[in-house]
Design a protein around this ligand. Structure first.
Ligand SMILES: C[S@@+](CC[C@H](N)C(=O)[O-])C[C@H]1O[C@@H](n2cnc3c(N)ncnc32)[C@H](O)[C@@H]1O
Length: 362
């Protein structure tokens, strides 16, 4: 973009959908001025804010005149068009009537096609890793890997593609039993675990996270990391988690909003109890797979392992998150202690996506 164009505003037309809203929010955050227009009296998006300009539908006779006068009155230099048919129309219209206006980005259809190609390329890259981790058990199809990646990517979280792919593979060989996650945040890895527990017929899922600032602070990490806790609204984190789980939520998942230690006390006392009023989930009290991803301070990771690993079934899996971590060495030291102390009970261990994966002997 040349320097002169940056002085111009961007017209968002038609400002009637989520893509328009997201464009306006991102543009404002980067200091780009926008104005919104639509051919409806009250645009669902911009109309709600009261700054919506009306334009006739693009096929009406008066469209050209109205559009060009809006452009002139508001120094429009760019046009963002989030509706495929209008984008297509406007590309030809601008060529013919106002080539100086830049049409931002590709058409929504082209974007979908390319987004899908990128997703499938990610899934194709990961499929051999999934199969390798599952070996000799059969694992997921390309479509399943792509579907899980796509949904997991929509969920704010801290588990990367490689770690999720390794999870998708190893759970193929987990014995029947409970699947546990300590530390959910908004549910990126929980979503994947919930799908896999159902897909491989492993057993019910129990997730644990207190969603409280006191627990989230990692006192052995740099101050800058500790301060991030203040940015969170923990009620949003909690509500967001349940929203994210809804598409997969059946009668096979419950959540304990408690610190790991208190959750373990309940689980150990009576694993078959009903943890939430609306579910009747019979946990076996024996763990088929556990993802330990709570507070990463050494003493807390150590305690998580001390408590929960006593319930591991033969052939079960531990995923110890952030074994490789830039902000501290809690999981690394605990992982190493574990490998040393439990060496004889361990069948397989490897690091992938920064996490340590350990399988107990059968
Ligand atoms: C790194 S995040 C989890 C990331 C998540 N598994 C993902 O894939 O996006 C760590 C989470 O651990 C939770 N946490 C902190 N202390 C905890 C504790 N004592 N017991 C359980 N969860 C804890 C925090 O609230 C936070 O949501």
């Amino acid at each position: 973009m040349n320097a002169a164009k940056t002085r111009y505003r961007t017209l968002v037309f038609p400002a009637v959908n989520q893509a328009a809203e997201e464009y306006v929010a991102a543009a404002r955050a980067r200091g780009e001025e926008t104005i919104c227009a639509a051919s409806v009296e009250r645009g669902e998006i911009a109309g709600a804010r009261g700054d919506l300009h009306w334009l006739p539908p693009v096929y009406d006779d008066g469209f050209s005149e109205n559009f060009l006068s809006l452009v002139a009155a508001h120094s429009i230099g760019r046009l963002f068009c989030p509706v495929a048919s209008v984008h297509d129309f406007m590309a030809r219209f601008l060529d013919a009537h106002h080539p100086a206006i830049e049409l931002v980005g590709q058409s929504p259809i082209r974007q979908q096609v390319e987004q899908h190609h990128r997703l499938m390329a990610r899934a194709r890259r990961l499929l051999p890793l999934v199969a390798h981790c599952a070996d000799p058990a059969p694992s997921l199809s390309l479509l399943e890997v792509a579907g899980l990646l796509r949904q997991a990517s929509q969920i704010y979280g801290e588990s990367n593609d490689d770690k999720l792919a390794a999870m998708m593979g190893i759970l193929a060989s987990a014995p029947p039993g409970d699947v546990i996650e300590i530390g959910t945040l908004m549910g990126r890895s929980a979503f994947v675990l919930l799908y896999l527990a159902w897909r491989y017929r492993i057993g019910p899922v129990l997730t644990v996270d207190p969603w409280m600032a006191d627990n989230a602070v990692q006192r052995r990490s740099p101050q800058a990391l500790q301060a991030l806790v203040d940015e969170w609204d923990f009620e949003v984190m909690s509500e967001g988690f349940f929203v994210n789980m809804i598409p997969l939520r059946a009668n096979d998942h419950s959540h304990l909003r408690l610190p790991s230690e208190e959750a373990f006390a309940l689980y150990a006392k009576d694993s078959a109890r009903t943890y939430s009023a609306d579910s009747k989930i019979a946990y076996s009290g024996q763990i088929a797979a556990i993802h330990i991803d709570g507070n990463h301070d050494y003493d807390l990771v150590w305690k998580d392992c001390q408590l929960w690993l006593g319930k591991m079934l033969p052939g079960s899996w531990l995923i110890l998150d952030d074994y490789v971590w830039a902000h501290g060495d809690g999981p690394y030291r605990v992982g190493n202690d574990l490998l040393l102390e439990q060496g004889e009970r361990i069948a397989r261990a490897f690091v992938c996506g920064k996490a340590l994966f350990v399988q107990w002997q059968h």
